[in-house]
Design a protein around this ligand. Structure first.
Ligand SMILES: CC(C)(COP(=O)(O)OP(=O)(O)OC[C@H]1O[C@@H](n2cnc3c(N)ncnc32)[C@H](O)[C@@H]1OP(=O)(O)O)[C@@H](O)C(=O)NCCC(=O)NCCS
Length: 327
């Protein structure tokens, strides 16, 4: 026997489009500072090959969600989107849906060896008994009205030139370079990038950690990323920009994630600026940028972005951890 609303009352099943409204209600508009991706991603996830989306229900009410995506040629699942309704938190429901999902994967996908996920809190000693830490990224975040972005970009461009980094635009042969899909796919699997740039030898885009394997290129292709490096040969920084997506924070708000791999500050600043320049023509309304970087360059990037152009820092320093456990 368990009291009403406990984890043992929850029935798990695969989610469907009919669950959309209730899935939105799980976290509400304020979740994750109003930048939750679920409203946009839920539909995509239901359609995505290799992805399963699970919900937990108590009677007819959707009370929890979690999704898994099979990656690394089938050997790994990336877990994303864990959520429990606020009024039933702290009763073991997150633990229960996670155990259900892992049991389902074990039964239906016996080739899966590893579960991988990203968490926004430092792992507790208890977490570390279950998971190993693969990589860390520090998040630098900015927000602004799109009308102020051009002045911000101009200010950063002159600062970069003064500080000795390249101020060339992304079309220059000497400066940051936007890669074609083919160039990006060849580069990201090179020994140089894997050993020197990728955190924990992991490609992370939009909270999705993938091993640099040929089999994952198809997953990356689906994401419509903008790949920019600081230079063509032996780059010191590689960046992945996600297409902007709508968020609940304001009716016209867009969110952009940019992952930057590399520890040379001037190169990180140069590719960040090139990503903004590439986005500039397509952006309008209110913008929130999350820039994922090596913790070593976070404060340098923040200094670089101090500005008179009405672009504000959104949140202070925090880190995401990529964790793995064997199934
Ligand atoms: C984090 C959250 C899902 C925890 O839900 P909960 O039902 O209160 O959690 P429980 O009572 O089951 O206790 C914690 C369990 O969740 C796990 N957990 C806690 N935070 C987690 C996180 N960020 N990601 C994954 N698992 C988490 C713990 O490992 C623990 O599992 P265990 O029982 O197997 O040890 C819930 O607070 C929530 O929905 N928050 C808002 C959304 C969010 O932050 N999601 C997580 C990252 S996407």
């Amino acid at each position: 026997m368990c009291a009403a609303g406990e984890a043992c009352d929850v029935a798990f099943s695969l989610a469907g489009e009919n669950d959309f409204q209730q899935v939105l209600n799980i976290c509400g508009r304020d979740a994750f500072d109003g930048i939750d991706y679920m409203e946009v991603f839920f539909h995509r996830w239901l359609q995505e090959p290799g992805r399963l989306v699970f919900v937990g229900r108590i009677r007819d009410r959707v009370v929890a969600l979690e999704s898994v995506l099979q990656v690394d040629g089938g050997q790994t699942v990336v877990v994303q989107g864990l959520r429990v309704v606020p009024d039933l938190r702290g009763r073991g429901i997150a633990g229960a849906i996670q155990r259900h999902v892992v049991a389902y994967v074990r039964q239906h996908y016996p080739e899966v060896r590893v579960v991988r996920l990203t968490r926004g809190q430092a792992p507790t000693p208890e977490t570390l008994t279950k998971y190993r830490v693969i990589a860390k990224e520090a998040i630098f975040s900015l927000c602004c009205e799109a009308v102020h972005l051009a002045a911000f970009v101009a200010e950063l461009r002159s600062r970069l030139a003064l500080e000795g980094g390249s101020s060339s635009s992304s079309s220059s042969p000497d400066g940051p370079l936007t890669l074609s899909q083919q160039q990006a796919e060849a580069l990201v699997l090179t020994q140089h990038v894997v050993s020197n740039l990728l955190p924990g030898q992991t490609i992370i885009s939009n909270w999705e950690p993938l091993k640099p394997l040929e089999a994952n290129l198809e997953v990356l292709r689906r994401r419509g990323l903008t790949w920019i490096v600081d230079r063509e040969n032996q780059p010191a920084a590689l960046s992945l920009g996600t297409p902007p997506h709508a968020i609940a924070r304001r009716h016209d708000a867009l969110h952009v994630n940019i992952n930057i791999f590399g520890r040379r500050l001037a190169s990180v600043c140069a590719v960040f600026l090139a990503q903004l320049e590439a986005l500039l023509p397509s952006l309008s309304g209110y913008l929130v940028f999350y820039v994922f970087v090596d913790p070593e360059v976070w404060s340098g990037l923040r200094r670089f972005c101090e500005n008179d152009a009405n672009v504000s820092f959104f949140k202070d320093y925090w880190e995401d951890c990529v964790l793995e456990m064997d199934v």
